[in-house]
Structure formats: C-alpha cells, structure tokens
Design a protein around this ligand. Sequence first.
Ligand code: NDP
Length: 295
Amino acid sequence: MTIGKLIDGKAFAATLRDKVGEGVAGFVEATGRKPGLAVVLVGEDPASSVYVRSKGKMTVAAGMESFEFKRPDSIGEEDLLDLIEELNHDDRVDGILVQLPLPGHIDEAAVIGAIDPAKDVDGFHVVNSGKLATGQEALVPCTPLGCIMLLKDELGDLSGLEAVVVGRSNIVGKPMAALLLAESCTVTIAHSRTRDLASVVHRADIVVAAVGRAEMVKGEWIKPGATVIDVGINRVTDTEDGKARIVGDVATAEALAHVRAITPVPGGVGPMTIAVLLRNTLVAAHARAGLGKPE
Ligand code: NDP
C-alpha cells in the first residue's frame, strides 16, 4: 500500500512570508514608506487575542507597520464604524482587518461593509467577493487563497480536475469554489443538506474540507490519488491521555492510504492564512501607491 504525501504548509508559508518581505523592501525603496496593516480586536476572546498578537509579530517581521486597535466588548456599533472610517482615511494604513467574530450587538456585515474595499485585506467586502465571483482582480479571502496556492504548488495546472468543496461559508467555502472555478476545475459545493456526501466526495480529484466537524471526511470516501486540503480546526480531547489536541475535518491517518497528498492539521492550511494576509496587505499597498501587482 502506498502512503500519500503530507503537504508542508508551514514551510510553504515561511517561503511566502520571505517573498513578501522582499516585496516590502522594494515597496519601501519605491515609496519611502512601509506598508501598514491595522487590526481591530473587539473584546477579550483568548483565541482571537493570540491570533491578533501573532499577526502583529509577523507583520513587523515582514518589514511592515502594524497598528493594533483593542476595544472593549461594550463598544457601540457607531463607535466601531467611526474607527473604521478613521482607518479608511489614514494614509499609513493599507490594510484593515476586523477580527471576527464580533459581539452579538454589532452587525458584522455593516462593519465589514464600512471598510474601504481597497483596504479590505480579508477580502470579505461584497465588492471584493463580487469581483472574485465575476473574475475581476480582487482582494481574495486569505484562507482559500492559501489553499489554492498549495494546490497549484502540488498539482500544477488544475484545469479540468473535479473539485469538491465541503462547506459553503462566505469566508472559506464559497470563495474557495470561485477560485477553483477560475482555475477551470469542475466544481461541486457540498454542505449540510448534501445527499450521500461520501459518494460526492469520492468523485473528486481535489477535496477541500471546510466544515468544522472533527475527522468527518473518512479515508474510504477519498478517490485513490486525490489531493485533499483540510481547512478544519477542531479541538478534541484524546480518549487515551485526556489531553486536548487539534484535528481537521478529515480523518488524516485513514486518508493517507488513499490520497496523493493531504494537508495535515496542524501545519497545513493554518500557517498559510497569516502569510497570505501579509501578501494581501502588500498587494493593497501596491495598488494604493499606483504600483503594479507585486511579483
Ligand atoms: P462555517 O461554520 O461558517 O461553515 C461550515 C460549513 O460546513 C457550512 O456550509 C455547513 O453547511 C457545512 N456543514 C456542516 N455540517 C456538515 C455536514 N455534516 N456535512 C456537510 N457539510 C456540513 O465554518 P467556516 O467555513 O468558517 O470554517 C470551517 C472550518 O474551517 C472550521 O473548522 C474553522 O475553524 C476552519 N477555519 C480554518 C481557518 C484556517 O486558517 N485554517 C480559517 C477559517 C476557518 P450549511 O451551510 O448547510 O450549514
């Protein structure tokens, strides 16, 4: 029995961050200023705080300016919208990211909709999702863009391949499907109402699992030789030692007997997200400065 390959997202992300760093150096030379990323964090959610800290560190490591805005849970929607407006007009800021989720009393769509689409480095604004859907140049959500980079690195030309995306969220599933379609894959989007998910997944040369259910996609569902991108991040408690660990949406150990290649969790898609965020910030900075798209 052959065993598939584990795709090293951590190494790929490190190389991408280095490339962004080189691009930043060129940008500084051309414009005399550093690209800037503003991250807005509302509340004290520990996971979000860790994530924001790590984004800040990597932004600085890539040679960019990092601006952090922490606001209490109690902030009103108007005040948050005022902050976004200020950042929209701040020339030092090329990218604005509002860490989600926001507290229940704030309308997330209104906040995302208030971000200048040219600074929307998360790619969640309807202008950017509309551009992506219609094949125009857009700022693309970081996680799916990271997934397509890993797929192209592994498979080269994706055209004509059968791709199944499990999950239809606005931040992962839908943009992922749009990106695969742009690469001329034949795309199926599966979700919680899909009938006989196992046989739908079994058709695919490319499987992208973005569900949020621990190890839901079984090894035997995978067509031999398929490439699998596991976006899921699920915290589970090990039955043997009682320790918490993170697993994906795919039963990786089983799947390895069927796949050509698969992203592990952790160490696959996860590290790509921040690296692509930095890349998107450089892309936004280039566009705002009237420079072409960076290499
Ligand atoms: P959402 O909860 O927004 O979407 C989950 C999707 O999965 C929905 O479309 C839902 O279908 C579908 N789904 C749920 N149950 C089933 C099922 N039994 N069979 C088929 N489909 C099902 O999640 P996100 O898209 O935001 O995230 C997905 C996963 O990816 C999560 O684990 C999240 O933590 C992870 N993630 C990882 C990132 C990273 O950097 N690596 C970044 C972003 C997310 P329906 O629409 O019908 O309800």
